[in-house]
Design a protein around this ligand. Sequence first.
Ligand code: IPE
Ligand code: IPE
Ligand code: MG
Length: 247
Amino acid sequence: MSSDAFAVEHGLDPEKMPRHVAIIMDGNGRWAKKRMLNRVRGHEQGADVVREVVRTCRRLGISVLTLFAFSTENWGRPKAEVGALMHLLRRFLASEEAEMIRTNIRFNTIGQDEMLPREVREAVNLVKDRTCGNDGMTLNLALSYGAREEITRMARQIAEAAAAGRLSPDAVTDAAVEERLYTRGMPDPDILIRTSGEMRISNFLLWQIAYAELFFPPTLWPDFSAAELMGILKAYQRRDRRFGRVN
Ligand code: IPE
Ligand code: IPE
Ligand code: MG
């Protein structure tokens, strides 16, 4: 089925689909706590939802899906939890690689690759290499990602180019900034969703979400679903995006 037909079947207008959807997947720990389970069980359950959401966005023909999986600040969590998350990540890559290849998804990461444990970095690079020619959808996993780190890294690169005489001050434009962000070449998110009812951005994509439509569903991430995503997409299509202008 074409992505337009799939959208129509779910009550969506194919003309008004977002190009880029970004999600802060929050609430795994609270989901587990409510069930008197270890937080890690929440992360495991959350991984199943990732699969469902990736599949749905792909079928809808969305170009970019960015998922916040691990922040620069999350390194401050207990060692056992960080270890479990890294383990889960490798498991996810191993189990999803074949489907990503089959469904033409390009796997990419944004964030400090160099901070990841070697086995994780290797697994990540392998799947990136194996899917680099795919153009159906880009799946960006934000891993050891922090928007402030991304922005300071960009500023450092600009300063280096300027100091070397390769960039003049008037060449420091929006485009020059964007070229040096992890998301270079990608459209800005049209939609930012944060699950679990928290209404904060927690250092995610600060530059890129300038005009994103924000959604804060109370659902904890392990309870999130394709159906709820469809509901958010419908609400998005009813919003009036003015970008500072008048209609
Ligand atoms: C989101 O769930 C996953 C990560 C940050 C890795 P949390 O682990 O933050 O869950 P809560 O916010 O404690 O419920
Ligand atoms: C944001 O969630 C990071 C991810 C979902 C990966 P956190 O749970 O880490 O954010 P805070 O601590 O509630 O701001
Ligand atoms: Mg949280």
